[in-house]
Design a binder for this molecule. Sequence first.
Ligand code: GTP
Ligand code: MG
Length: 595
Amino acid sequence: MKQETNPFPKTKLQWLWENMKGCRGIYFVGMAGTVVYNILQLTVPYFSGKIVDLFLTGENARENLSTHRDLFYQLILAMVLFTLLRCVIVYGVCMIYEHVSQTVLYRVRNYLYDKIQRQDMTFYSTYRTGDLMTRLTGDLDAIRHMVAWIIRMVIESFSLFAAAAIFFLYTNWKMALCLLVIAPFVFWIIYLFRNKVAPMHALLREKLSQMNTCAQENISGNRVVKAFAREDYEIEKFDKANRDFCETNKATAMVWLKFFPYVETIANLMPLVMLGVGGVFLIKGQLTMGEYVAFSGLIWAIANPMRQMGNIMNEFQRFSAASRKVMELYYSEPKIKDHEDAKEHPDRFDGKIEFKNVSFQYEDGDLPVLHNISFTVNPGETVAIMGETGCGKTSLINLIPRFYEPTEGKVLIDGTPVENLRLHDLRRHIGLATQDVLLYSDTIEGNIAYGDGSIKINDVVKFARYSSASDFIAKMPEGYDTIVGERGVGLSGGQKQRISLARALAIRPSILILDDTTSAVDMETEKQIQHSLKELDFPCTKVIIAQRISTTRDADRIVVLRDGYIEESGTHEELLAKKGYYYELVKLQTGLDEL
Ligand code: GTP
Ligand code: MG
């Protein structure tokens, strides 16, 4: 089979080992304990063999029983004590495996969450939410299972096998070899099984992710489903994903079922060899009855690890497929991150924004969406961006907080290119109300105060007033303590927009960016908002995307985009005089009498 190349800096086991930092010592104790308690399993058959030889079937059995009765009791006591000791060790070992596996799980999960938080926009458009959730839950659990169970089983099986093999060889090497000659066949079968089952596990992880993505998209998009009465279609879609996952699970189990009869047959040959060859040795006097009893009592210690190996290999391949998914996230690096020499800028910006010959194309897009854009907004000014849908307005403003990077040209704030600023400092001073409003399932107060947890309720109310949200909030049953559902369920589109505006204002940004934020509010309310935005009690440069002339007419500059180019720019009056796109727009929206 073709070996896959490892795309990560470490192998899966090295990576796991790295994440066991701090508990490696205790894990070793656990592994050593596993070896010890498995070796202790041999004590029972060993002592029973001794008892049989000395007191039951040996030549001097009757005599030994009367003269060495104390030895008889001692052997029985030793058996009991070793069994008790074994129990104690097993208990301790279980605790250790559980502790270490949970510690690794906790650490990796936190690390991944941290990683996901710091990814750029391209990452979020590449990975689906359901897929990320699967990696953080199901796939991670397969890694915990590796630490808590698979490694333990490997050690258990091998130590048991090795201890039994050594004991057999030591007791009677001829008999031992007759039994052990079977083992290589099992190893070979397990190797063939591994090659067949590995791709199945990779497929299984994919199917699980698809099923979870289907459920997640359906639940978060339930309103659309209801609006189009597509419940049956969605149920069917999930049923298909569920069935796919189920069938792949069954197919994976079937792979083992194909190999299982061979392993089982070979393992079951052992008692036959024991009966046949052992019987002959016994008759010939090459094996004592006690040795025969010890061999019979321990034959499982050779056979069971062989049977277990299929299971272990299966679980190992599950780990391998899951860890690949997890490591992909673990080693993913955002393209947009702080440069090493990024400037610290804890203070407010003056708010000068410059676009210098900026062109931009999405990584996954075929054509540039912005071409050679240049304009400047001075501190405290308001610039309005207009243009028909899809012309690149959102793409343009996304370059200011560096959600994306221009393919050519530069975006500067206060004369510094944005890529030379620390992302945290840059974004902390930019208040953004996005086109798709996303609120958290929290109180209205919590949502407004999201960007600044230390903000007082008086200020929350003030910013709600600025965004003309205070009236409708006051009418809600619990006012600012009203909990809004996931994504703001329970609020109207315009109400959500106003809360999102209050949230953007609440950080007292040096630069305020509004992406169609008042599109769903009525003209009267919008007028009030316009007025409040002029009266803010902190200096602020505003970039406002809007379609309505009433929103843009008072801006210091209006930039009109068309197919990613600046079509025209200037003040309301200047653009009217040009009689271009803007002029036509005004004519359309206000009627000819305005002109
Ligand atoms: P409206 O919000 O509808 O008024 O449009 P807009 O002017 O804000 O357009 P936007 O900047 O969102 O999109 C400009 C172009 O970029 C459109 O042709 C989109 O199809 C494209 N686009 C937007 N987002 C992405 C993205 O994430 N990937 C790719 N490949 N293309 C995108
Ligand atoms: Mg847009």
